[in-house]
Design a protein around this ligand. Structure first.
Ligand SMILES: [Zn+2]
Length: 187
């Protein structure tokens, strides 16, 4: 089986996306997988799913995936942006990751499951993530929260001075109040 087809199957990449190339870096024990998509004139709006005209592409982004065969696995793609008549220009939904995440949905899911049984330190070591990375994943999935919003994990970090204004455009009402209380009260 060709390596592109192998990785397409491992990653579960479906139309209109495909694996364009695979770059195996033996010395650094990394495999870089470049994803590309068919030329589609319209993409579903990320907000309302209305077929919307392709507007442009974001610069290339990277997502850390679960290791494959002990190789650190990194996905690369240029996410398309569509122009919805109602919602304007939005990055389309990518099947492998949540909007603003640097990790694939699969890696995040595994980390969340492990975090129920092990410490952040243990999970970080096992998945080869930094303290900040595992903390960000843990913070982004508060129990009871059905799905993460596009807030940055920065918003949920405990901050020394209370009432620090949110750095992103996410409205405060959509998330937990930025009172500086951080994770207090969470299990
Ligand atoms: Zn829309």
């Amino acid at each position: 089986m060709e390596d592109r087809e192998l990785y397409r199957r491992i990653l579960g990449i479906e139309n209109p996306w495909h694996v364009a190339s695979v770059d195996l870096r033996l010395t650094s024990k990394e495999v870089h997988i470049y994803l590309a998509h068919e030329d589609l004139p319209t993409w579903p709006c990320a907000e309302c799913a209305t077929p919307s005209k392709l507007y442009d592409h974001q610069p290339e982004r990277q997502w850390r995936h679960l290791d494959t065969c002990q190789y650190r696995t990194i996905l690369h793609a240029e996410p398309p942006r569509s122009q919805c008549p109602t919602h304007g220009v939005r990055v389309v939904k990518l099947p492998w990751a949540e909007p603003s995440s640097r990790f694939t949905a699969l890696l995040e899911s595994l980390a969340i499951v492990w975090l129920k049984a092990a410490s952040q330190k243990a999970v970080a070591e096992q998945l080869g993530l930094s303290w900040d990375e595992i903390h960000g994943i843990d913070d982004g999935h508060i129990p009871g929260q059905s799905c993460r919003t596009d807030k940055s994990s920065e918003l949920l970090r405990p901050s020394p001075g209370s009432g620090r204004p949110a750095r992103t455009s996410a409205p405060a009402s959509r998330t937990h109040p930025p009172s500086g209380s951080g994770r207090e009260g969470f299990p």
